[in-house]
Design a protein around this ligand. Structure first.
Ligand code: PA5
Ligand code: NI
Length: 186
């Protein structure tokens, strides 16, 4: 159902939006096939299956011509050196999207099937995803990383695309910050 003009409040300490739409929690077990080290992923699932990230949404519906928003919070952590991240997806109809850094330190990894781009995200950074660029977010700090996403209501989420094509590069925790390796080799 469409919603009236409104303001939406984000309470950062409580991690809530009001009014609020659907909330999504992604645990390690929801990230099957995404980390390069499958055995380390399995072990993390067996060892308590931690929450990796959560997504809270505004009440604006995901339907064409609407402009929904959500706030993602990725916990700090690594699995066999690979920084904790979102699943990543492509928009089936190749619509663009923006993110706004809210707190913590992160990165926005984008892949168009050929080239990979990395945008470092700090509070106040706007990251732009042009049409046709799959996107994944990574927490590169040692506190939770939160960002606001604003996207066309009809954009959709194609997770299979990333399972099939990868993201070009992987972000690992390096000695002085992030270190990148080829997606396939790890
Ligand atoms: O619209 C977006 O791109 C974001 O809100 C993501 O959906 C969110 O960050 C979670 O990532 P993913 O959908 O890849 O699990
Ligand atoms: Ni998206």
């Amino acid at each position: 159902l469409p919603v009236p003009p409104m303001s939406i409040r984000f309470d950062q300490s409580a991690g809530t939006l009001s009014p609020e739409g659907p909330t999504l929690t992604r645990r390690m077990s929801d990230l099957e096939g995404l980390f390069r080290d499958h055995a380390a992923w399995q072990k993390a699932v067996a060892d308590g299956d931690p929450v990796v990230y959560s997504v809270i949404s505004s009440p604006v519906p995901e339907i064409d011509r609407e402009l929904p928003q959500s706030i993602t919070t990725i916990q700090p952590g690594t699995t066999a050196g690979e920084l904790w991240m979102t699943k990543g997806h492509q928009h089936p109809n190749h619509q663009g999207e923006i993110y706004l850094g809210i707190s913590g330190r992160g990165g926005l990894l984008m892949f168009d099937g050929t080239e990979t781009r990395w945008v470092e995200m700090t509070p106040g950074t706007i990251g732009y995803m042009p049409p046709g660029w799959a996107h994944r977010s990574v927490n590169i700090g040692d506190e939770p990383y939160s960002f606001l996403a604003v996207y066309p209501g009809g954009a959709g989420h194609d997770y299979g695309w990333v399972l099939e094509h990868g993201m070009g590069l992987r972000a690992l925790s390096g000695t002085d910050g992030v270190e990148f390796v080829d997606y396939v080799e790890g």
